[in-house]
Design a protein around this ligand. Structure first.
Ligand SMILES: Nc1nc2c(ncn2[C@@H]2O[C@H](COP(=O)(O)OP(=O)(O)OP(=O)(O)O)[C@@H](O)[C@H]2O)c(=O)[nH]1
Ligand SMILES: [Mg+2]
Ligand SMILES: [Zn+2]
Length: 361
């Protein structure tokens, strides 16, 4: 058997195919055509075209996934780092991820010597569109159910190192729920992830915060359960040594608590520039922990307690609420969105150097 490569769509382990495809849009429809580069006599040109091409996943398990194509470079750099977002519907996963990616692509981690580019050209168009929509203050749509592909596929370059692929998964909150046993295909990334980002927002995640805005039933239900976390944890528990998986917990939409100590303090801090200081990460984690306790956020605290290496963060993807007409009237101003990612990259060993070892401990 040849080398086995993880397909980041169907999660099968596949033998890497040789046949290349190119993607074209004709009269609005996507067509995949075989691409023959063997006649190219100029190796630079051949390599350039190969990097833009795709291969078709053989999907050996025949698990009913639609035919899917992977970037031809997928097998060039070894196993990617896989980061998955976990959180209930409307908790703010997609807005957080898109602002995160936008910050990464504009070079926000260059002070750490990291440069990011989109590795999947199909995703690039969609991602650029979403980043621009959000920048113009437009609301992003809820994520479709049973989405079976990654939300972002980046290549990370760092000096003196091989580039490394980094893949993000962001599915609809409902896809994590344990409604039946046949859904193991959904959120299939969970069992392959190298790190997870759990998110919840103050409205549902903090039952005792602004209690008058919530019905007693809503309050007590939210306090005891987060079905999404439960479903994800049930699946993770089938793994040996689940507790060793690095995780970060982000309290999203923290702008809604911006006048509250100590949230205000953290939201005003500069984002991810500057050297990695484990003590700062510890201090923020302590403050989030205190807020979660104060407002009886039992499900988030339970997740936190089940992992050995973890950090907690206040984040705001948009800087304020939308106005109910699919718009953010004052535009979008993210704050602290890269902190959880920096923590996860340090905990997975991707960011190295002084300080990285101490993150999450
Ligand atoms: N105030 C505030 N509201 C936010 C923020 N981020 C998202 N929202 C609001 O929360 C809603 C849901 O955000 P999404 O990012 O779509 O949530 P999701 O977790 O991806 O939801 P699903 O895809 O349905 O699982 C958005 O429509 C926004 O109105 C934020 O940083 N601050
Ligand atoms: Mg979403
Ligand atoms: Zn596949």
């Amino acid at each position: 058997m040849g080398d086995q490569v993880l397909c980041p769509v169907c999660m099968d382990h596949i033998v890497w195919p040789d046949t290349l495809y190119q993607r074209e849009v004709r009269e609005g429809a996507v067509v995949w055509e075989e691409l023959d580069l063997t006649r190219h006599t100029n190796p630079n040109r051949r390599e350039y075209e190969r990097r833009l091409a795709f291969v078709r996943c053989p999907n050996p398990s025949q698990d009913g996934t639609e035919v899917h194509y992977l970037p031809a470079i997928h097998n060039d750099y070894g196993r990617p780092i896989i980061i998955g977002l976990v959180g209930r519907g409307a908790s703010g996963k997609t807005h957080l991820l898109v602002t995160m990616l936008s910050e990464l692509l504009r070079g926000a981690l260059s002070s750490h010597g990291l440069y990011f580019e989109v590795a999947d050209k199909v995703q690039q168009a969609r991602l650029t569109e979403e980043i621009e929509r959000l920048r113009d203050g437009a609301l992003l749509q809820a994520t479709g159910n049973q989405l079976r592909t990654f939300a972002g596929y980046l290549l990370v370059r760092a000096k003196d190192r091989r580039p490394k692929p980094l893949i993000f998964f962001d599915v609809a909150g409902e896809d994590f729920n344990d409604v039946n046993l046949t859904n193991s295909k959904w959120a299939g990334f969970l069992l392959e992830a190298d790190a997870l980002l759990f998110v919840d927002d103050p409205d549902l995640g903090l039952p005792a915060w602004r209690p008058h805005a919530k019905s007693p039933a809503q309050r007590s239900a939210a306090q005891r359960h987060n079905e999404t976390f439960d479903g994800a944890m049930n699946r993770l528990r089938t793994q040996q040594r689940m507790e060793r998986l690095p995780i970060a917990i982000a309290l999203t939409k923290a702008d809604t608590m911006r006048y509250e100590y100590p949230v205000d303090h953290w939201l005003r801090r500069d984002d991810a520039s500057g050297p990695l200081d484990p003590e700062l990460f510890r201090a923020e984690s302590r403050d989030v922990f205190a807020v979660l306790q104060r407002y009886q956020a039992t499900p988030m605290l339970n997740v936190y307690r089940q992992f050995e290496r973890r950090t907690m963060h206040f984040v705001s993807a948009t800087g304020g609420p939308s106005d109910g007409t699919e718009h953010f009237p004052r535009g979008v101003r993210p704050s602290r969105v890269l902190q959880p990612l920096v923590a996860l990259l340090a905990m997975t060993g991707f960011i190295t150097g002084p300080g990285a070892e101490g993150i999450g401990r």
